[in-house]
Ligand binder design. Structure first.
Ligand code: NAD
Ligand code: UDP
Ligand code: UDP
Length: 338
């Protein structure tokens, strides 16, 4: 209510057999919320690279203009500073909804997962756009099933310190399915497992960015708890390929998008040492509350229905982020007059 579409489009050619570059002679126009962030900016590069028009919506909460600055002269690219918690009017064909305070140090702070997702679904409904939610493996909580399949309902503490993120994403999935069933919105849900690569936030507390930055700064690698908890680490280009395959495919999901290679935090520390500095030391710190003991995706569903699987193992992907981290750490130090 209150929103009047100013443009009428023929969406009859949407759906099955659609060409990803455009509809008919017109270019596909795509919104990426959170597009100035780590995953978002790599996704935008891919979409621009294949000829789409891309509008990024970002409030720069954790994202950075530097991640997109190489696109500023491109006539197919637009950047809007906007908080998705507020409504917005746009006319597009697809919405990739990534905006979210995504890391442990940030995610306590705002209601983006619920209000932002609601607004983007309202937008998708009004204009008949296809909507993709980037949910998370955290919906499985501290899982009692291993590896995790999409059919697993999860083991989440509703009142813990992490709940804002876990439950926020679970609510976002619920809203997405409600808009799909109730309003006929075309939706896609990705459950993303731990992802790393260039442009990751330097100091957002995630384990890969912490270890890599610590090794470069010649600081000890901080292992929380006994370091025997496991995660499965996916290189960002694999994730981006999965997101695009999901959006352009015919299946709603949810789909696990992650690399099944499973590592303890001590093993990860070892790979970081081999890659960056073999003399790096380890410092043990207390673990955070409700930390999942293990996590590994079962990706059979994505393999079968999206014809997707990750290609970059940890030992090949980790070196690909080191130069980017080195340069940013060097710039920071110069900024401080060091
Ligand atoms: P990121 O912090 O780099 O990117 C998030 C982006 O959203 C930032 O650019 C930030 O400024 C923007 N944003 C936050 N709140 C906003 C708001 N209210 N309005 C507009 N923009 C806002 O994080 P990322 O790792 O790139 O994550 C992208 C998405 O993928 C998130 O939804 C996250 O939950 C999901 N995800 C990521 C991982 C991972 O390992 N990176 C794992 C699971 C899920
Ligand atoms: N919304 C938006 N842009 C639009 C259409 C809707 O931001 O083009 C927002 C709107 O402000 C509302 C939310 O999306 O808060 C859900 O919209 P919907 O129409 O589904 O719900 P209603 O407004 O009927 O509660
Ligand atoms: N972790 C760690 N050292 C750090 C940061 C994190 O040992 O400097 C651990 C953390 O306790 C968790 C794992 O690494 O067990 C992954 O943490 P991250 O925040 O990267 O991702 P998530 O917990 O969301 O999977």
């Amino acid at each position: 209510p209150g929103y009047i579409s100013t443009r009428r489009r023929d969406y009859s050619s949407r759906g099955v057999g659609r060409v990803p570059v455009g509809i008919g002679s017109r270019r596909l126009r795509i919104v990426v919320t959170g597009g100035a962030g780590f995953v978002g900016s790599h996704l935008v590069d891919k979409l621009i690279g294949r000829g789409n028009e891309v509008i990024v919506i970002d409030n720069f909460f954790t994202g950075r203009k530097e991640n997109l600055v190489h696109l500023f002269g491109n006539s197919r690219f637009e950047l809007i500073r906007h908080d998705v918690v507020e409504p917005i009017l746009l006319e597009v064909d697809q919405i990739y909804h990534l905006a979210c305070p995504a890391s442990p140090v940030h995610y306590k702070y705002n209601p983006t997962n619920v209000m932002g997702t609601l607004n983007m679904l309202g937008l998708a409904k009004r204009i008949g756009a296809r909507f993709l939610l980037t949910s998370t493996s955290e919906v499985y909580g501290d899982p009692l099933e291993h590896p995790q399949k999409e059919t697993y309902w999860g083991n989440v503490n509703p009142i813990g310190e992490r709940s804002c993120y876990d439950e926020g994403k679970r609510t976002a999935e619920t809203l997405t399915m409600d808009y799909h069933r109730g309003a006929g919105v075309e939706v896609r849900i990705a459950r993303i497992f731990n992802t790393y690569g260039p442009r990751m936030c330097l100091d957002d507390g995630r384990v890969v960015s912490n270890f890599v930055a610590q090794a470069i700064r010649k600081q000890p690698l901080t292992v929380y708890g006994d370091g025997k908890q496991t995660r499965s680490f996916q290189y960002v280009s694999d994730l981006v390929n999965g997101l695009v395959a999901l959006m352009d495919g015919e299946h709603v999901g949810p789909f696990n998008l992650g690399n099944p290679g499973e590592f303890t935090m001590l093993e990860l520390a070892q790979v970081v040492k081999e890659t960056i500095d073999s003399s790096a030391t380890i410092e043990y710190k207390p673990n955070t509350a409700d930390d999942p003991h293990m996590r590994k995706p079962d990706i059979s569903k994505a393999k079968e229905l999206l014809n997707w699987e990750p290609k970059v193992p940890l030992r090949e992907g980790l070196p690909l982020m080191v130069n980017d981290f080195r340069n940013r750490i060097l710039n920071e130090d110069e900024g401080k007059g060091m």
